[in-house]
Ligand binder design. Structure first.
Ligand code: ATP
Ligand code: MG
Length: 762
């Protein structure tokens, strides 16, 4: 289905259809007075994107009319940003300054027409004469100067005979217009300053209102898209072109809402303040919302363009949740990047009963990622694990390594803690452990149950690395500036360890460090002896994510023009998506407790903390003894889905049944897949899970003696695939598992199937 066009594209489409223009020509007109930010990315995507969609052209024009603030390095940053985002401008980079002479000539023409005059009021006087929104202004007494006098003064302004501020050139429009912009707008001012391109050739510079429309006209622009704050300037835009009898074809201005994002400042002035004050390391500091910052941090151009497209184009101002940008980068990286292991806060583990070393096969990609590739993962007696992944006095629901609970080392063996070694301060310095030789991942016949797998790095072959963990630069949703900086926006971890392949194999530029997030070598500081990784984004949003129901949250963040925004929402649902509110204090406490005590994942703890109905069911189920993670999944997936169509009173089951179902999953009496079917039956018939499983014969088959014949059957059926597998096409493993499960109607225990296949396929 074709995506519905936004209102700007509709306009362009109609103008082309009606023959108003033969070709669409747009422009991106930044002022080179700072690095471009994510708001500019939106303007770039719109201007270049529309030109591309309609096979037109887009110009890049530096709007360089204020020599005092503009610099070449900014112009360069703008060009880099456009290219990096994947766009190419038509022809050379253009500059408003290329047209200074022509603009001057147009001004002279206006003077000759009696439509412009040299004013000699001071700045304050001009302001006072302008009036207010409720009171009309008064025209300057100098407006009565003759054309000759104006021409003479204007020429002398240009020649440099006057000081800054002594005179200005103004259009003669309407001092009592309700649109303040029409009250004789300034066209030129005197500035004795060196211009980055024209040097000292000029000492008068055109104002935006005058330069912009005429530059558009000179370049043959058809559609001049700009942000809403220029809405009132449109009248001046039109007045100047009309008064000078320019066109048709001539350009018209259309406004769209600028991008605002929470937890972000987006004005070049404020960003410059951050840079100048040293609060960030530069315009390209990875925490900055500049294109250069995102790029250095490891964001992909695709993720930024996708984000810009996903927020839509609207005419109502609103605030987009920065989580939506973070979502876009996760979305882009998730199906692409290799998974590797890194330990940020290393705790040494000595595996007493392991001697020598080996290299384990470890895939870079999980099953649901359509990519292939693996590395040899060195394993030996000494490894590092994350300090957090061991707990001497574990809270309830702690699933990782404890003195009594074994844990799986990802891609490797199950280990058990034998002894905890501490220094004199009581800090743990080392774990003495034991591994189970027959528990190797993919060939586990040990039968030992573990509740989770953790990352680790082999001490002998791992590399020390610096890891920079970034968080939001501002700690409040609507930051004013420096005073609202988040003091924890950068955490530097000097003594992390990454596995060998990250440094020696480099299967990709970006990585997922398992359980930690997505990472990218810092392009400035990372080098051979000193690897430095930037965290691009964490795996999950830790700042609160919106659950299914979040209407209040939606309204809360929509500050500006709520009415218009609502109306707009119907037309452009994408423009409103992804709004969230942070957890309030009570919710935050619940969230923390669920995370720490129950071991829930963030995406589980968050919606449960927010949604009272789901939470009370969840808590009641816990009391009946259900395993937290499994129960949370049931509540958040199955129950929440049902609650979209029925009210909680209408549910035909309660916490007891949910707990029973969770237990059956935990005990592997049924598979997760079958559990879904059981649930559907519960909804339909109101029977208990036990009754349903019994009646349907859905009990999971875990007896290897029963599964083995089916495994044999499958392998006999696909001899070629078996041969391919044995020749090294390890990807086929999943295929065999799938076939066996299918043959048992999904009832075979996948864990046992895995084990049996591993054994028989060898
Ligand atoms: P800032 O106000 O952040 O300093 P600006 O508007 O002064 O930015 P310009 O260089 O004049 O920056 O902007 C170039 C183009 O980018 C203009 O067309 C402007 O409308 C657009 N633009 C600037 N900020 C945003 C934004 N937040 N969202 C969308 N477009 C933007
Ligand atoms: Mg501006």
């Amino acid at each position: 289905m074709e995506k519905k066009k936004d209102f700007l594209r509709m306009i362009v489409q109609e103008d082309l259809a009606s023959g108003k223009y033969k070709e669409v020509v747009t422009r991106f007109p930044p002022e080179p007075n700072g690095f471009p930010h994510i708001g500019h990315a939106k303007a770039i995507t719109i201007n270049f994107g529309i030109a591309r969609d309609f096979e037109g052209r887009c110009h890049l024009r530096m709007d360089d009319t204020n020599p005092v603030t503009e610099e070449e390095k900014y112009a360069k940053a703008i060009e880099d940003a456009v290219h990096w985002l994947g766009f190419e401008w038509d022809g050379p980079v253009r500059h408003t300054s290329d047209y200074f002479q022509r603009l001057y000539d147009y001004a002279v023409q206006l003077i000759k027409m009696g439509k412009a005059y040299v004013d000699s009021l001071s700045e304050e006087e001009i302001r006072a004469y302008r009036g207010t929104v409720t009171e009309p202004g008064r025209r300057s007494p100098y407006a009565e100067r003759s054309v000759e006098e104006n021409l003479d003064l204007f020429e002398r302004m240009r020649k440099g005979e006057f000081k800054d501020g002594e005179h200005v050139l103004r259009a003669k429009i309407d001092m009592s217009s309700p649109n303040m912009q029409l009250r004789d707008p300034l066209l030129y001012r005197i500035r004795h300053a060196h211009h980055m391109r024209t040097g000292d050739a000029w000492c008068i510079y055109p104002m935006y209102d005058f330069a912009h429309c005429l530059s558009d006209y000179i370049e043959g622009i058809t559609h001049s898209f700009c942000t809403l704050e220029f809405e009132n300037n449109r009248a001046v835009y039109d007045w100047i072109l009309d008064t000078l009898h320019l066109g048709p074809p001539r350009p018209y201005q259309y406004e769209f809402a600028r991008l605002n994002m929470n937890y972000t400042v987006m004005s070049k002035r404020k960003l410059k303040e951050l840079v100048d004050s040293g609060k960030v390391s530069g315009w390209d500091d990875p925490r900055m919302p500049t294109i250069a910052g995102y790029r250095r941090r490891g964001y992909t151009p695709k993720s930024i363009v996708n984000f810009c497209n996903s927020i839509g184009i609207s005419k109502a101002n609103s605030v987009v949740d920065v989580a939506q940008l973070e979502h876009a980068i996760r979305d882009d990286l998730n199906p692409k990047v290799p998974r590797v292991m890194c330990v940020l806060d290393p705790l040494k583990v000595v595996i007493e009963n392991y001697e020598g070393s080996e290299e384990l096969d470890a895939s870079y990609y999980p099953h649901d990622v359509p990519k292939e590739g693996s590395r040899k993962l060195p394993f030996s007696k000494e490894i590092y694990i994350e300090r957090d992944d061991f707990s001497e006095n574990p809270p309830k629901g702690y699933y990782r390594l404890t003195p009594d609970q074994p844990v799986r080392l990802r891609h490797a063996y199950v280990i058990r803690c034998k002894e905890v070694i501490k220094d004199e301060t009581g800090r743990i310095t080392e774990i003495r452990a034991e591994y189970y030789p027959n528990s190797r991942s993919g060939a586990d016949t040990s039968g030992i149950k573990v509740k989770s797998a953790i990352q680790w790095v082999d001490a002998a072959t791992g590399y020390r690395a610096e890891v920079r963990l970034y968080d939001r630069l501002f700690r409040v949703e609507n930051p004013r500036g420096i005073e609202d900086l988040n003091p924890d926006s950068l955490k530097i971890v000097k003594g992390a360890y990454v596995e060998r392949a990250v440094i020696e194999e480099k299967p990709d530029e970006r990585f997922q460090f398992e359980r930690q997030g997505y990472f990218y070598p810092d392009p400035v500081d990372s080098g051979g002896e000193h690897p430095v990784f930037n965290r691009i984004v964490s795996l999950k949003d830790s700042w609160a994510k919106q659950s299914g129901k979040g209407k209040e949250a939606l309204q809360k963040v929509s500050k500006a023009e709520p009415k218009a925004a609502k109306k707009e929402k119907k037309k452009e649902p994408s423009g409103e998506a992804g709004r969230v509110a942070p957890l309030d204090e009570t919710q935050r406490k619940i969230f923390d407790r669920y995370r720490e005590e129950l071991g829930l994942r963030e995406e589980q703890a968050n919606p449960l903390a927010r949604d009272e109905v789901l939470r009370s069911l969840f808590e009641a189920g816990l009391e009946k003894g259900a395993a937290p993670v499994i129960l949370a999944n049931l509540v958040l997936n199955e129950v929440a889905r049902e609650l979209k169509t029925v009210s909680s009173e209408e549910l035909r089951y309660g916490p007891e049944e949910l707990a029973e179902l969770a237990k059956m999953i935990e005990e592997e009496r049924i598979s997760v897949k079958i559990a879904k079917q059981v649930f559907e039956e519960m909804v339909r018939s109101g029977e208990s899970p036990g009754e349903i499983v019994e009646a349907k014969g859905w009990e999971q088959i875990s007896d290897p003696q029963k599964i083995l014949p089916i495994v044999d059957e499958v392998l006999t059926k696909y001899p070629e695939k078996v041969a391919q597998y044995r020749e090294g096409n390890r990807k086929l493993f999943g295929f065999f598992v799938g076939q066996v499960l299918k043959a048992t109607g999904g009832r075979a225990n996948p864990r046992i199937v895995n084990e049996l296949l591993n054994r028989t396929l060898k």
